[in-house]
Design a protein around this ligand. Structure first.
Ligand code: DQA
Length: 137
């Protein structure tokens, strides 16, 4: 089974960025622990701060992979283009957030991804990604 984790803008700063919200672990370290835990899954990781690159990677994997786990970060709340990309591909997408966006600012209550996603997991810290993998198994 092939699953890709796609992280959007500012998530390259995990470990340093607002640790009270996003924790102190880097995603690279966490990704290694996921690979060790889910040895039967071929896991790939992609991160970009650029909206078009997130759309490009969705197009690239979206007719081949068994699942995509997408944390589009701030673009979740603004990007019609990423929402359309999720709608346009065959690969099921699970929307993930580290923080509980529903307990945060009003502008985080909108998601252009969710209407086209298989499901949404938010608020469990980095464990949200693990739960998303489990949802595909
Ligand atoms: C986030 C929540 C978004 O609102 C925010 O812009 C992020 C991270 C999360 O994982 O909690 O950058 O997607």
């Amino acid at each position: 089974m092939k699953i890709i984790i796609i992280n959007g803008p500012n998530l390259n700063l995990l470990g340093k960025r607002e640790p009270e919200i996003y924790g102190t672990a880097t995603f690279e370290d966490y990704f290694i622990s996921l690979q060790e835990k889910f040895t039967a899954v071929e896991l790939t990781y992609f991160q970009s701060n650029i909206e078009g690159e997130l759309i490009d990677i969705l197009h690239e994997v979206g007719f081949e992979y068994d699942g995509a786990i997408l944390n589009a970060a701030a673009y979740t709340h603004t990007s019609v283009g990423i929402g359309d990309a999720v709608k346009g591909i065959n690969t099921p997408v699970v929307e993930v957030h580290i923080s509980n966006v529903h307990a945060r600012e009003d502008f985080r209550q909108t998601s252009f991804i969710a209407p086209n996603a298989k499901g949404v997991i938010a608020g469990f810290g980095l464990k949200s990604y693990e739960l998303a993998i489990q949802s595909f198994l």
